[in-house]
Design a protein around this ligand. Sequence first.
Ligand SMILES: Nc1ncnc2c1ncn2[C@@H]1O[C@H](COP(=O)(O)OP(=O)(O)OP(=O)(O)O)[C@@H](O)[C@H]1O
Length: 239
Amino acid sequence: MDANGTTPILQASGIHAWYGSSHVLHGVDLSIPRGQTVGLLGRNGMGKSTLIRTLLGHVRQRQGKITVAGQDCSGARPHQVARLGVAYVPEGRGVFPNLSVRENLVMAAQPPTDASGWTLERVLETFPRLQERIGNLGSQLSGGEQQMLSIGRALMTQPQLIILDEATEGLAPLIVVEIWRVLQTIRRSGISCLIVDRDYRKVLANTDRAVVLQKGEVVMAGASEQLAGAPELAGYLGV
Ligand SMILES: Nc1ncnc2c1ncn2[C@@H]1O[C@H](COP(=O)(O)OP(=O)(O)OP(=O)(O)O)[C@@H](O)[C@H]1O
């Protein structure tokens, strides 16, 4: 239970993860309250992607407890985590190059359960570029369009939580602005988000809470506003 007495959408406690004999996460705790957006910060190689991949069930060598909406998924496989309403927008976007924009969008789609759900029409309204490119192949899209497609596809699974790993990486400044605008729309729609992005100022300005990782351990956690003013933050981020 969180401070409001509701079950967090995601709760991870004492998470350890390994790649072979390399011990990468050392007892990480992370809680994402329902409807909240949490930022995950830390320098390169500190374990952000590994934590995300562990939460999603991609890293098999792991220990600790993970619940999604109160259901234990500590040992779950990726498809089981997805079924609980967790969508992933991976680093590198994961667009299928030989499928059209429409096919990419509908391939994992679930029907909306109420009027606030994400239909194809609503996704295309949110991303007019995808409407213009609806018949093009994934491989024919720009980096920014692929990123929008990846986020649109995640929304069409009707997620309770979206995890975004470096969604603005390598994109032109105007597209980056567009992606942050869409993340605000998603946030306002009540979907919880976990966001990793190199621009820590943007992360802190666009999240409710944030967690800082250093060498696979949580070294700071709290309200984003407070972290933004904390003198030790710059040292942990190497900025
Ligand atoms: N598939 C892998 N096999 C072995 N070691 C890995 C693998 N992936 C990551 N690592 C190592 O685990 C540590 C954490 O990496 P991770 O990618 O989680 O960091 P990160 O904080 O996401 O950084 P980045 O921003 O560079 O992606 C690093 O030391 C990295 O070299």
